[in-house]
Design a protein around this ligand. Structure first.
Ligand code: CP
Length: 313
């Protein structure tokens, strides 16, 4: 594996999942990456990704250095050929190039602007780091994907599922007051389509995800119909892809509740976090026996550890 920015960077998915599960059993293996340095660059907020990547690096014996580039770094220019006489002090060519000299692996978090769909889906910023850093790049969530989250999601499903059949996995939209990226949902679809699961999506009209990610998957606009007999329900809000970046609905009937859960096959309920209680998922579900969001978050460490192991070894 040269980089980790999407499922297509993964050479052997089963092996990566198994590695994460093995690291969970025996996380402290400091001989693997002694003396290596991992840069973690954040243009946006994070709790889980930041902490889990730091712990993962530490478990492997590497040193992780976090840079909140928006707050602590120089304002970056991403356009080529411009005369930098405005308020941007440093070009991405130098910033990424320098970080490439300091680190062995570089992680980047960069959210979409949610105003210009073509611009966001072009992933210019992530691609600039890929182009100019000259070292392995890990997406810590980009404009369109969150592969470290998806790997942890897959690891969680694998460890929770023991029946001798494919689990029925439903990705359901839930309401939110803010316009959120489609990255977690896109990525979940991308990863689950190569996993051994029976996957479908449910969302209100106007919230269909990009065809690039949902491909031929069934999309239900009736959540009740979609949730029937589900074994795993992945709850997530995303803003509209069609009416790009817009909040078209705040319909609270889509908030995951025990009533929804009763439609399922006693489904495990997943969420990447942060979750707005009562709005996205009701307390009765988050505090109930079916919720596995904390297990998912725990598995973020071992997913990151498996990825860093592949890139640093
Ligand atoms: N799920 C996730 O990526 O959480 P953070 O935004 O807190 O990193």
């Amino acid at each position: 594996m040269k980089h980790f920015t999407s499922i297509s960077d993964v050479d052997n998915l089963d092996q990566l999942v198994q590695e994460a599960l093995l690291f969970k059993q025996n996380p402290h293996q400091p001989n693997i990456a002694t003396g290596k340095k991992v840069g973690l660059v954040f243009l946006n907020p994070s709790l889980r990704t930041r902490l889990s990547a730091q712990i993962a690096a530490q478990n492997l014996g590497a040193e992780a250095i976090v840079l909140d580039i928006g707050k602590d770094g120089w304002a970056l220019e991403f356009e080529d050929g411009v005369v930098m006489n405005g308020n941007k002090a440093e070009h991405i060519r130098e910033a990424a190039g320098v970080m490439g000299k300091y680190f062995d692996v570089l992680g980047i978090r960069t959210f979409p602007g949610l105003e210009d769909r073509a611009l966001d889906y072009a992933e210019d910023l992530l691609n600039a780091f890929l182009k100019y850093a000259g070292i392995p790049i890990v997406s810590l969530e980009s404009a369109t994907r969150h592969p470290l989250q998806s790997l942890a999601d897959l690891v969680t499903i694998k460890e929770q599922w023991s029946e001798n059949r494919k689990p029925k996995v439903v990705l359901t939209w839930a309401p939110h007051v803010k316009a959120l990226p489609q990255a977690v949902a896109n990525s979940f679809l991308e990863w689950m389509q190569v996993a051994d699961v029976d996957l479908s999506i449910t969302n209100p009209v106007g919230y269909d995800l990009s065809l690039e990610f949902r491909k031929e998957l069934p999309v239900f606009h009736d959540q009740v119909e979609a949730l029937k007999d589900a074994d795993f329900v992945y709850v997530k809000n995303w803003s509209s892809y069609e009416d790009y970046g817009q909040v078209l609905s705040q319909d609270s009937s889509w908030t995951m509740s025990n009533e929804h859960l009763a439609l399922t096959n006693n489904a495990k309920v997943m969420h990447c976090l942060p979750v707005r209680r009562g709005l996205v998922i009701k307390d009765e579900v988050l505090d109930g026996p079916n919720a596995i969001h904390l297990e998912q978050a725990e598995n973020r460490v071992f997913a990151a550890q498996a990825v860093l192991n592949e890139l640093l070894k």
